[in-house]
Design a protein around this ligand. Structure first.
Ligand SMILES: NC(=O)C1=CN([C@@H]2O[C@H](COP(=O)(O)OP(=O)(O)OC[C@H]3O[C@@H](n4cnc5c(N)ncnc54)[C@H](O)[C@@H]3O)[C@@H](O)[C@H]2O)C=CC1
Ligand SMILES: O=C(CO)COP(=O)(O)O
Length: 325
């Protein structure tokens, strides 16, 4: 691919920085930051990923771009509607837009692509999801992810063009499965963290991950997605990473909850997003709506609300009726 590809990355959080770094290897990157980029000129670093010295070729700006060959939207899910509405007014409709957040909008229960169907109706669009810690992508370590859109032709071409030397993209035509997996794995990772924080053991964590995967597969099918998506990068891949990786904010939030801290105490000490804490209520509404039992995600949500202790959740889950695996 020629280096003349102009790539806009909207959002200078950890994941925006990670994507900007990898895309600077195949294109000219403009990275939009909502606030003035701090001491960037002196240090070459941005506050959300201070370990990373930004390649000098990346243009960091607080002005939203008016043109690009592709734009990655990398803000938290709850901020996507506002920013994509603004972008729709200034970015030509021919520019493909890629949603990079993982979660559901709280008020509407919509996935990122569904939000953008409303706010950027005429742009070609896809969603990016997978086992992708921002810092590793920024460091150039090998990574793979799924790019999903309903149009096979579009997504295959986009995955080919947007693969970088360290970020290999696989195309999928199941945006529902990919987005549900991306949203749910954050909640499940909180549950995995709780089992470790509360000293329930590694057996318990492995059982939780595996049974949550089954829960997720049933929900994906009920929602019109493909259960095999759950066994791909956006599903089991991201679950493995976030349920075991200490670098996960959702997992570490779970560990702190398991140790007995309340959600409000934990959130008061953090400035970055843990999407699972924001999406849990909305995800747990999906089960009853689609007629699928989601006992593990429900237990995590009740723990987040302070309605259950880890021990009570353990007892409830172990006490469920016996069934075929
Ligand atoms: N950090 C990671 O390793 C990965 C994160 N993600 C997903 O990417 C999304 C963003 O995560 P991070 O970049 O890690 O979060 P972050 O907390 O590091 O940064 C979020 C960025 O969005 C900006 N922002 C927040 N509210 C905004 C608003 N109302 N309008 C405009 N900008 C706003 C913030 O200023 C900040 O720059 C999340 O959905 C997360 O699940 C996905 C893959 C990897
Ligand atoms: O989505 C991620 C890795 O794929 C990042 O996980 P956390 O948001 O839990 O840090």
């Amino acid at each position: 691919m020629s280096k003349s590809l102009n790539i806009a990355v909207i959002g200078a959080g950890a994941w925006g920085i990670g994507l900007a770094c990898t895309y600077s290897r195949i294109g000219n990157v403009t990275l939009w930051s909502r606030s003035e980029p701090g001491k960037l000129a002196e240090t070459g670093r941005l506050p959300r990923l201070p370990e990373i010295k930004l390649p000098a070729s990346i243009n960091v700006t607080t002005t939203l771009p008016r043109e690009a060959d592709v734009a990655f939207l990398v803000v938290p899910t709850q901020a996507l509607r506002t920013i994509s509405t603004t972008l729709n007014d200034i970015l030509p409709a021919s520019v493909p837009v890629i949603a990079c957040c993982k979660g559901l909008e709280k008020d509407t229960a919509l996935f990122p692509l569904e939000i953008m169907e409303q706010t950027m109706p005429h742009h070609p669009k896809a969603v990016l999801s997978g086992p992708n810690f921002a810092i590793e992508v920024a460091e150039g370590l090998p990574t793979a992810a799924t790019l999903a859109a309903s149009s096979r032709l579009f997504v295959q071409e986009a995955a080919r063009k947007l693969t970088t030397p360290n970020l290999r993209l696989y195309a999928s035509t199941d945006p529902i499965g990919v987005q549900l997996a991306g949203a749910a794995k954050n909640v499940i990772a909180i549950g995995a963290g709780i089992t470790i924080g509360a000293n329930l053991g590694e057996n318990a964590r492995a059982a939780l991950i595996t049974r949550a995967l089954a829960e997720l597969g049933r929900l994906v099918e009920a929602m019109g997605g493909q259960s095999r998506t759950i066994y791909g990068l956006a599903g089991v891949g991201d679950l493995i990473l976030t349920c075991t990786g200490a670098g996960s904010r959702n997992y570490s939030l779970g560990v702190a909850l398991g140790k007995g801290n309340s959600l409000s105490e934990i959130l008061a000490q953090r400035s970055t997003v843990a999407e699972g804490a924001l999406s849990a209520a909305t995800i747990c509404d999906l089960g009853p709506r689609y007629g699928v039992e989601t006992p593990i995600m429900d237990a995590v949500y009740r723990l987040l609300k302070g309605e259950l202790t880890p021990e009570q959740a353990r007892d409830e889950l172990l006490d469920r009726p016996s069934r075929l695996e």
